[in-house]
Structure formats: structure tokens, C-alpha cells
Design a protein around this ligand. Sequence first.
Ligand SMILES: O=P(O)(O)OC[C@H]1O[C@H](OP(=O)(O)OP(=O)(O)O)[C@H](O)[C@@H]1O
Ligand SMILES: O=c1cc[nH]c(=O)[nH]1
Ligand SMILES: [Mg+2]
Length: 217
Amino acid sequence: MDVINFDEHRSIISQYMMELRNVDIQHDMLRFRRNLERIGELMAYEISRTFDYKKIEITTPLASAECEVVADGIVLGTIFRAGIPFHLGFLNTLDKSENAFVSAYRKYKEKENFDVFIEYIASPRLDGKILILVDPMLATGASMELSYRALLTKGTPAKIHIASVIASQTAIDYIKATFPDNKTTIWVGAIDPEINSHSYIVPGLGDAGDLAYGIKD
Ligand SMILES: O=P(O)(O)OC[C@H]1O[C@H](OP(=O)(O)OP(=O)(O)O)[C@H](O)[C@@H]1O
Ligand SMILES: O=c1cc[nH]c(=O)[nH]1
Ligand SMILES: [Mg+2]
């Protein structure tokens, strides 16, 4: 399974990542959401370079012209809440995509012990399409895997791209072990070395959902 780590290729994404992580900047919620969105826009462009394209004939005001358009059906899938601004960035670039939404949340049994629950799913059929699953944080990988399994009830995609802003090494290993090797690619802004006893990524950026939308009760 290919893992494309943007941290290894110098680009403006590194500066957006710095702002997302930085405690002196990340509390600006508008900027935090916009940085997730901007990274989504750029990652979507990179992923679009892997698509197949087909030629179509169109008419300009002066003549006819041959142009290329995306040949495959694309479905952008995301996980509430933190996935929303990242998803919007992908959709800005891949604006003809269909969309799927899943709610996955951590229900804590004790301080450090939780299960991930899926309560809501809204998705088009996925058979034969390219599924791009976007979530800014991949800590254990459990939310991503359970969301994918829930989406499989809507059909079997031909290819899967998993896109994240920060992933732990644990999550990368988990995704590699649980997703189909021959048709999955992982795209990440950075891979951090650790997760702590609360399953937060270290150094990470904190709670992406709270930073984007405020703390929840
Ligand atoms: O890899 P995992 O260990 O499953 O953790 C990652 C999940 O945690 C975050 O969501 P969170 O559960 O904090 O919900 P929120 O977006 O509503 O804050 C994030 O957006 C992922 O969905
Ligand atoms: O580090 C983490 C882990 C899960 N969810 C987050 O928002 N951050
Ligand atoms: Mg959260």
C-alpha cells in the first residue's frame, strides 16, 4: 500500500500545518477551518493526478475543441465533525464528486477506554467508483476503519484513497492491516511518532473537532 507523506516533499502545506499545530495560532477557529480546507484543496489536486481521464468534444465560441475530463465516478466520504472543513476543501477542487457522510464518535467507558460508535450514514452507491475518505486526524485508525465498513453496505469501490492531515504511525500500520492492500493509497500531511494514553496524537494538534467548531458538552 502506497503512503504519500507531504511532509517529505517541501510545499506550502508545511506552513498551513504549522498554523494548525501552533497553540498561539490554532485558537483562531476561522483560520483553523480554512487551513484544513486549504490542505484539502491541495491534496485533492495531487490525488486527481492518479485519475483516468477521457476525451470529450466541446464547442468554444470559435470552434470545437477536444478536452479531457475525469473518467471515473468519485465519491468524497467524510467523518463528522472535524472532517467537514477538510471535506469542503476536497469538494472545492473535485466539485463534480458525489458525497458521503458518516458520524463516528468516541464513547468513553472510563478515562482512557472508549468504543467508537457509528450512528449516521448518508452515501450514494459506491460500486466501481473511487472512494476518497477524508478525516484530518488518524489516531488509532478505528474511526476510519469503522466508517469504511459502514460505507461498504453501499457497495464496493474500485479504489480507495485515505486522506488525513496528521496520522500516527500506529494508525498508518492499522490502515495497512485492515484496508485492501491492492486498491488503497494513504495521503498524509505528516506522520507523528506517538499516541498518548487518551489516544491523542503527539505532538499532533489537540482536538481537531473542538478547534474547528468549539468544545462540546
Ligand atoms: O483514529 P481515531 O482514534 O478513531 O481518532 C480519530 C478521530 O478523532 C477525531 O474525531 P473525534 O472523535 O474527536 O470527533 P469530533 O470530530 O466530533 O471532535 C477525528 O476527526 C477522527 O474522526
Ligand atoms: O489527536 C487527536 C486524536 C483524535 N482526535 C483529535 O481530534 N485529535
Ligand atoms: Mg474531537
